[in-house]
Design a protein around this ligand. Structure first.
Ligand SMILES: [Zn+2]
Length: 162
């Protein structure tokens, strides 16, 4: 992230972004999820680069609009541009520890590369993916064979298709 030192608007913009949440994962802010890649603030404009977590996720448009609204409120009188960029690629390592805790408290296993996923309830890796089609495009339903709880987990990031 790039902040213009000494510009209180830059801090206000970042603060506003920490209050933008992924509508599909209400406990997690987009900063906790590592979606915010860069913030550039100058006297005339604010530019925010976001990383798409999942290609084709319908929440992305909502996130972009929520960001633009929040940034405009934090930086009155400046032009606001919010865009998705594909570099660097978003990976689950970008999720902060606070973000992981929020995900697990919500009953969603933090994404990890490679199966099986750890159960968010008991930590067991004796789990199986039950359905590739969870409640949203981003998540899949898994089942823990130890504590017998179903849980949701992020799908691995889809390869960019275009
Ligand atoms: Zn379990």
């Amino acid at each position: 992230m790039v902040r213009a030192p000494g510009d209180p608007v830059a801090a206000a913009v970042w603060d506003a972004l920490t209050r933008v949440h992924d509508p599909e994962i209400p406990p997690c802010s987009i900063t906790d999820l590592g979606i915010v890649s860069a913030v550039r603030v100058d006297a005339a404009a604010v530019e925010v680069d976001l990383l798409p977590t999942f290609a084709g996720c319908p929440a992305l448009d909502v996130i972009r609009e929520d960001c633009a609204t929040a940034v405009a409120a934090a930086a009155p009188g400046r032009a606001v541009r919010v865009r998705f960029v594909n570099a660097p690629p978003w990976t689950s390592e970008r999720i902060t520890s606070a973000g992981r805790e929020a995900l697990e408290s919500y009953g969603v296993a933090a994404p990890s590369e490679g199966a099986p996923r750890a159960c968010p309830y008991c930590g067991s890796r004796n789990t199986v993916q039950e359905s590739a089609f969870g409640p949203t495009l981003c998540r899949a339903t898994h089942y823990c064979r130890d504590c017998r709880n179903p849980f949701e987990a992020f799908k691995p990031k889809l390869a960019a298709s275009s």
